[in-house]
Design a binder for this molecule. Structure first.
Ligand code: 5GP
Length: 198
């Protein structure tokens, strides 16, 4: 019936803006407590950018920032490759890889190996989201935000085909709806009072 084909299924909000803020504050406090001498935060482009930007603003120790980019791991492609390397030398320094989400763990394991070869004092991992259920390789997470179940998520850095990164929340989205129309959630997220960006 025509009347039933209206709005797409509502995405499920997993983290509200307030929950993101408190998670960021907790992780920033944990890192500030560990790294009195300062730390290099290494953002993984592009998904970690909002998270990293918010973290550094509430950390209370000296922080340097740099970025790396890698090819996304896809089954069959064999391996992850470095697309953009660090500009900073991390030898003798404490470094933290900042991730939006650790899923299979392949990207994080690759980055950790890459960084450990550069003789840093330490390498740790901080992630906003952790989807342990999908892990393929073990990854030690030193600063963990929220655990998520097996659903595709968007928002706060996480995209689908470049969309939804600037949402102030994290939501589980329907991959079949997105495959049909990547813009399917645009009216929901950017036009509805329920999903106001503040
Ligand atoms: P991993 O190598 O751990 O499988 O994947 C890491 C990267 O895959 C993340 O940094 C993220 O960019 C992407 N990714 C994994 N799961 C999701 C998801 O549910 N939503 C989005 N938008 N990206 C994801």
């Amino acid at each position: 019936m025509a009347s039933q084909e209206a709005a797409p299924r509502q995405p499920r909000v997993l983290l509200t803006a307030a929950e993101i803020d408190s998670t960021v504050a907790r992780l920033a406090a944990e890192m500030s407590a560990r790294y009195h001498d300062g730390v290099v935060l290494i953002g993984v482009l592009r998904g970690s950018v909002p998270f990293l930007a918010d973290l550094v603003r509430v950390m209370t120790v000296p922080v340097s920032v740099d970025f790396m980019a890698i090819t996304p791991y896809t089954p069959g492609s064999g391996r992850v490759r470095l697309l953009k390397d660090l500009d900073l030398d991390i030898a003798g320094r404490d470094a933290v890889i900042v991730e939006d989400i650790v899923d299979t763990g392949l990207s994080t394991a690759f980055l950790r190996r890459e960084l450990e070869r550069r003789n840093p004092r330490s390498v740790a991992v901080c992630t906003l989201l952790d989807r342990r259920i999908r892990r393929v390789v073990p990854v030690e997470i030193d600063f963990a935000g929220a655990e998520v179940a097996d659903a595709f998520v968007v928002g706060y850095g996480l995209d689908h085909e470049g969309r939804y990164r600037n949402l102030r929340l994290v939501a589980a989205a329907d991959v079949e709806l997105l495959a049909d129309d990547p813009d399917v959630y645009v009216p929901v997220f950017y036009g509805s009072p329920e999903f106001e960006l503040e």
